[in-house]
Ligand binder design. Sequence first.
Ligand SMILES: Cc1ncc(COP(=O)(O)O)c(C=O)c1O
Length: 390
Amino acid sequence: MDLEREYLLQNYARYPLVLTHGKGTYVYDIEGRRYLDFITGIGVNALGHAHPRILKVLRKQAGLLIHASNLYYHQYQGPLAKRLAAMSGLARVFFSNTGTESVEGALKMARSHGRAIHADKCEIISLENSFHGRTLGALSVTGQPKYRADFEPLVPGVRFVPANDIAALEAAFSSQTAGIIVELIQGEGGINPLTHEYAAKARGLADRYNALLIADETQCGVGRPGTYFAYQRAAPVILPDVVVAAKPLACGLPLGFILANEKAAAAIKPGMHGTTFGGGPLTCRVSLEFLDILDELLPAIRRVGGYFKDSLEALARKHSFVKEVRGCGLMLGVELAIPGKQFVLDAMAEGMLINCTHDTVLRFLPPYIVTEKEVDRAVRILRKLFRKVK
Ligand SMILES: Cc1ncc(COP(=O)(O)O)c(C=O)c1O
């Protein structure tokens, strides 16, 4: 901690906890204390810690080839791309490393798609309260002034509209719209789902104006909602033109992707985009193993997620300072009428890791292997903390 204080950029407000290892849904600190991990490195450690099947392929591939660059082929990008295409209903994949990098690529795709039609067709519509990452392009479409203010001017041509306001959405679209980017469940913004009607309207308007509908599923996708992707939750499925994701994809190793239909993919021609690290053999092989395991876990994600939500709602009914429980699958938020930070600290003292977003929303992103018993334990801790509130 002292070294970090002396040598690191002081951009993080870390909790005073030094983690050393984990097993399943639990993680341990340097003093050997055990914590129920209900935040999973902000939705990354999808299979918890030290999953035996992940460890096995990780060890094997690490001894063979970790990185190859995109100068050459390796055995795992093609099969992983095929798998993701089948899961998503989209045609082509670009592999990246992080959420923000995936968003950057998707924005370039929308810009290039628009420019091929008309030089002025370069606007992006995004939602207020959204979060799309920390690089300049992704920040430009992040609808929260607190993240943007210090870096203005950002990329021009972005229009923000309030989520779930259909009239405002209709008014924002024009022949200059190149794309619209949405989180189907806003994560950092406080676990706010978009309505099916709103998503359908965005699809319809994107079609009418020949703009790309981009779903940022960095936080809400790849199994977390109990389906592969959040846009598959409701029928009829509203298929985006482009989907970006990252967090859980390689169980803790950095891997992200852009999935695109043929129309969107055609906007990126040879030499127009690239990455040194993205889609290496180690991350791709781990991801293939993860997706095999995910297929087995999807019913449990829905079941345990539903059980967790019911339990949180029952708890909410007993406490007037709890305003709402939102989310689905294993992406849940509890909005409070009071600040949430102290609950995060108190939960830690009780042996549970959670997080608070948007000041008043307790956020739960447990691993996909979580059980009803572990949910009971988490809810017991919350009950104890909630009872202390006067
Ligand atoms: C919806 C969404 N998009 C993009 C990002 C940025 O991802 P990363 O931190 O991997 O760059 C996040 C991170 O939380 C996110 O929730």
